[in-house]
Write a protein that binds this ligand. Structure first.
Ligand code: 6V0
Length: 332
């Protein structure tokens, strides 16, 4: 008998099919591993499956994650180039694909990453037909649309990480200017994750005090306090980090982990995520952009009907038209 047999008396045979709280992450690059690490560290799920096409990198990351297990709440971690490892996931997070090089915009990546998605998305749906898909690869809004089309899943189960991250950056920058903690800053960045995002200045508040009531010019060109610079910084932050460190990772990892927790635990928190926005704010194209959404274990439960001012609506509509034009050029 082995030591295991001498030590442990089996009470019942484990069956392999019961899967609870499993999250798959495709792409074990900087972003995928920041997501995996944050999700593992916070003890959000019971199982994590990692997939990439680089076998050695995958194996290396698997070992490193397994060696973390002594320090965290135990999570089963598996990794493979074969999508069978993802079977029965509640949530599949896609971070695979090219990232921006210095000087490139997110939109420049589009056809390259669409081609990659043609290989990935059908595999995920094949092994986890009931999964929610969360797209992180850029340009995230367009790729979420592409994933929705390729997967055939209902709209509530295909989301993009969207402007949850931009919103967090916005809160941080406002918190610095006011000397109040970021968690107590309320305000939203919606629309495109990227250059055309919309800062909803009309709703920014601290403890219910609307900042635009205190400074009606807030967010506009003639504001002596130049609050608009904060939104510009949000837009430039990825470019700045790519120039300085080559990529962005930790904040997107935590942003994705936060939304993963909401989904896995059915918490109904409101996040700015990329969702099908046709029918909202006068948008009539089939495009995905971020709006505040109530998220639960079955995906998007509600979209919040924000009261936006005329200018904010115009910016959203113009972005939707641009997205639609780009989508028409894609081959998939
Ligand atoms: P990276 O470090 O180059 O990692 C990408 C990974 O994808 C690599 O490990 C590749 O091997 C893998 N990969 C490529 N093709 C495939 C494939 N067909 N199947 C499986 N795996 C594949 O890039 P990084 O992790 O920095 O960025 C990944 C993506 O996230 C890029 O598109 C970024 O632009 C995007 N980001 C999105 C953010 C967001 O807020 N939505 C934030 C940061 C980056």
């Amino acid at each position: 008998a082995t030591v295991q047999e001498k030590l442990l008396e089996r009470v019942f045979e484990e069956e392999g099919t019961l899967t609870v709280r499993k999250v798959t992450i495709v792409g074990v690059g900087q972003v995928g591993m920041a997501c995996a690490y944050s999700i593992m560290q916070q003890g959000i799920c019971r199982e994590i499956a990692l997939v990439d096409m680089l076998k050695d990198k995958l194996q290396g990351e698997l070992l490193d994650m397994q060696h973390c297990q002594r320090f965290v709440k135990h999570v089963d971690i598996q990794a493979s180039t074969d999508y069978a490892v993802t079977a029965n996931s509640n949530l599949c997070i896609v971070t695979a694909g090219s990232r921006q090089k210095e000087g490139e915009s997110r939109r420049d990546l589009v056809q390259r990453n669409v081609n990659i998605f043609k290989g990935i998305i059908p595999q995920l749906v094949k092994y986890s037909p009931n999964t929610i898909l969360m797209i992180v690869s850029n340009p995230v809004d367009i790729l979420t649309y592409v994933a929705w089309k390729i997967s055939g899943l209902p709209r509530e189960r295909v989301i993009g990480s969207g402007t949850n991250l931009d919103t967090a950056r916005f809160h941080f920058l406002i918190s610095e200017k006011l000397n109040v903690a970021p968690t107590n800053v309320h305000g939203w960045i919606i629309g495109e994750h990227g250059d055309a995002s919309v800062a909803v200045w009309s709703g920014v508040n601290i403890a219910g005090v609307n900042l635009k009531d205190l400074n009606p010019g807030m967010g506009g060109k003639d504001d002596p306090e130049k609050w608009e610079d904060i939104h510009k910084k949000v837009i430039n932050s990825a470019y700045e980090m790519i120039k300085l460190k080559g990529y962005t990772s930790w904040a997107i990892g935590l942003s994705v982990a936060q939304m993963t927790q909401t989904i896995i635990r059915n918490q109904k928190n409101v996040h700015a995520i990329s969702t099908l926005v046709k029918g909202f704010h006068g948008i009539d194209e089939d495009v995905f952009l971020s709006l505040p959404c109530v998220l639960g274990s079955k995906g998007v439960m509600y979209v919040i009907k924000q009261t936006l001012d005329e200018n904010e609506v115009k910016q959203l509509q113009s972005c939707a038209r641009t997205m639609h034009e780009i989508q028409k050029t894609l081959v998939f």
